[in-house]
Ligand binder design. Structure first.
Ligand SMILES: O=C[C@H](O)COP(=O)(O)O
Length: 255
């Protein structure tokens, strides 16, 4: 069985200030020794330089929360993969439900963003998840499948990406998927990846087993351990709790 090192990634969303970040980032550096899991923070674009400066000699990685699917050039307000690379990013979140809902990002665009990240040496954290209405109508697995479908063969073959299952109804609501609910979906996602990779090549099939699938949606110190104990939950994508040093560290320690 493939052993996957757990990853706990903080998604700060549109939060932070230079002074608050300084305290949070230095606290992380000071207290992250001895953690078994990989740890990362995905910060707003203007704070990438600060994250790089504070985290550069630590085991904590950093990244961004989205990127452009276009080539650098005439595209006001957008940020290219090559720019993120210049700030030492390892990760970039793509397809978060807030981007899909508020900014109309389709699964095709999300796949393009993931591909741009990959070819620039960044590791995309690709988010998928169903709404409450979709879950209640029994459409969860079909929704997830349609979100995954456009992912490119090159990305799947590289296996240098992370998948994050984030049920929309659990994001920022305090409602968490039960460990069993989450495990059921993660197992489905794992199986989808394996089948798709097997259809590409033996090499892709072998590598895909190492892809980590994170759970996101109101993961807190109180529920982290039971979620992270599931065989197909390889870490967490943490929103609110990643802004509170002690809570984020407690989740990292649970992994
Ligand atoms: O990207 C993180 C997720 O949206 C989860 O956010 P949350 O932990 O605040 O529910």
């Amino acid at each position: 069985m493939t052993q996957r090192k757990k990853l706990i990634a903080g998604n700060w969303k549109m939060n932070g200030s230079l002074s608050a970040n300084q305290a949070l980032l230095s606290g992380l550096v000071g207290q992250s020794q001895g953690l078994v899991a990989d740890v990362a923070v995905c910060v707003p674009f203007p704070y990438l330089a600060q994250a790089q400066e504070v985290l550069k000699d630590s085991a904590v990685a950093w990244g961004a929360q989205t990127l452009s699917e276009r080539e650098p050039g005439a595209c006001t307000g957008e940020v290219a993969a090559s720019m993120l690379q210049e700030f030492g990013c390892r990760y970039v979140i793509v397809g978060h439900s807030e981007r899909r809902t508020l900014f109309g990002e389709s699964s095709v665009v999300v796949a393009q963003k993931a591909e741009h990240a990959r070819v620039s040496g960044l590791c995309p954290i690709i988010c998928v998840g169903e709404t409450l209405a979709e879950r209640e109508s029994g459409a969860t697995l079909n929704v997830l499948k349609s979100q995954l479908e456009p992912l490119r063969a090159g990305l799947l073959t590289s296996a240098d990406f992370v998948l994050a299952y984030e049920p929309v109804w659990a994001i920022g609501t305090g409602k968490t998927a039960s460990p069993e609910q989450a495990q059921e979906v993660h197992a489905y996602l794992r199986n989808w990846l394996v089948e798709r990779a097997a259809a590409i090549s033996l090499e892709a099939q072998q590598r895909i087993a190492g892809v980590r699938i994170l759970y996101g949606g109101s993961m807190k110190p109180a529920n982290a351990q039971s979620l992270l104990a599931q065989p197909d939950i390889d870490g967490g994508l943490i929103g609110g709790a990643s802004l509170v040093l002690e809570e984020f560290l407690a989740i990292c320690r649970a992994a």
